[in-house]
Design a binder for this molecule. Structure first.
Ligand code: ATP
Ligand code: MG
Length: 402
């Protein structure tokens, strides 16, 4: 061994820039939340420097990044400064204005491609795309005007009316029991374009996170099983307690979506399992996903490592899980006791539980419903991880994982 580093692979080029960005170069991320923070940490661990673009100073990502450009997501000068500094830029959320990504893409590598992000940011485009690539989706109708809201077929109800754009954590959604209630529900959502989805009788919610390289290589994480409370992810269990055949079907669907998008980057496909065992795609996220956070502690390479690798044009890492895991989200509610008095949660007791790992996002203000962090609990089996996670839930006053 000489200790000499092997020379980097030959460089393809886009717009004069190398497709392979070596460690030491700058990577950019639009958005300053916790997903951006975990991306920064993974990139920095590999020797990259990271610049965040976000209007809020000192957010979760900005406070760990090497640099932050404090500006609106559609600030042309700021976008140009980001593109001038960084070899490649990604996003931590799907609601970045499409024009901003297009502006960046004319100046540097942008992964995932703006076209993929724009599909994921509009439920109407997303459903049409999912159908076109042949994956199963539930029955739905789209409404753009008052007349259409009065014409949706009765068979679709009970249903959920969702705004086409800008929804997250169950926001921008209204449950609608009967067709006659839809016009009012649509108005309550601001009379904006919506999809109306048949309410699915769920046996389970699943998610598949994968990474796809610019060369078409794909690395798929184990299927996660998710519990939502009040529309927000509460618990994610991996591997999901489903037959291997169901897991393979779920992973196959996710790969089909990624291929259909000619996707580069990390993608999450959220799935519903119906009572009869059939799977439906709920929605996709063009980025790492809350349900994939346990990959940081459980897998050889995490979803954020994969985001860095796919963005930088490096070979994808290994998504193998070394341990089963249960992830519990920590919402701001945990920072208040039963009487509503603010407190520091008893993290010392949590960390005394074997296999428990704490991740806090550096948010200074705790508010009910606000994602403040998560605890990942590892175990030798899913059952062991679950029983440890129940202890964590008990200490923190969370509803226990099922
Ligand atoms: P997130 O940001 O957490 O992914 P979101 O605001 O994008 O949420 P959805 O994923 O569409 O919203 O819905 C949130 C949750 O509401 C789902 O995970 C599921 O629990 C429930 N839900 C949504 N649509 C349906 C449906 N058609 N049938 C049954 N349950 C549904
Ligand atoms: Mg969702």
């Amino acid at each position: 061994m000489t200790g000499r580093l092997s020379s980097p692979p030959s460089l393809d080029r886009v717009g004069g820039k190398a497709l392979h960005c070596p460690p030491g170069s700058w990577l950019g991320v639009i958005g300053g939340g916790q997903l951006g923070r975990m991306f920064c940490m993974a990139a920095q661990a590999m020797g990259y420097r990271v610049c965040v673009l976000d209007p809020a100073p000192d957010g979760p990502a900005g406070s760990v990044a090497d640099r932050q450009i404090v500006a609106a997501y559609d600030d042309a000068q700021a976008l140009d400064a980001l593109a001038a500094l960084c070899a490649a830029v990604t996003t931590e959320f799907e609601n970045v204005p499409a024009q901003s990504l297009a502006r960046l893409a004319a100046r540097c590598i942008v992964r995932p491609a703006p076209s993929a992000v724009s599909i994921a940011q509009d439920r109407i485009a997303e459903k049409a795309f999912l159908r076109s690539c042949g994956v199963p989706v539930g029955a739905y109708a789209t409404i753009a005007g008052a007349a259409e809201s009065a014409e949706v077929a009765r068979e679709l109800f009970p249903a959920i009316c969702k705004t086409a754009r800008m929804g997250y954590d169950g926001k921008g959604q209204v449950a609608v029991t009967a067709a006659k209630d839809l016009p009012q529900a649509w108005r309550a959502l601001g009379s904006v374009p919506c999809v109306v989805e048949q309410r699915i009788d769920l046996r389970r919610e699943l998610s598949v996170v994968l990474a796809r390289g610019h060369d078409g290589a794909v690395a798929v994480f184990a299927v996660h099983e998710n519990e939502h409370r009040n529309g927000i992810l509460a618990v994610s269990i991996a591997p999901a307690r489903i037959p291997p055949e169901t897991a393979e079907r779920a992973r196959g669907i996710a790969v089909q979506v990624a291929q259909g998008l000619q996707y580069t980057g990390v993608l999450c496909v959220e799935l519903f399992e119906r009572m009869d065992g059939t799977l439906l795609v709920n929605e996709i996220a063009p980025r790492p996903h809350n349900s994939g956070h346990a990959t940081i502690d459980a897998c050889i390479d995490s979803q954020f490592d994969q985001q860095v690798r796919s963005l930088a044009g490096l070979p994808l890492g290994d998504p193998t899980a070394m341990r089963p895991s249960v992830m519990c989200n920590l919402l701001g509610d945990v920072w208040f006791d039963r009487d509503g008095v603010s407190r520091i949660p008893p993290f010392d007791a949590v960390l005394a539980i074997p296999g428990a790992r704490l991740h806090l996002y550096g948010k200074t203000q705790a508010r009910p419903g606000r994602k403040m962090g998560h605890v990942t609990v590892l175990g030798a089996s899913v059952d062991e991880a679950l029983s440890r996670a129940r202890l964590v839930a008990d200490i923190l006053g969370l509803e226990a994982p099922r």
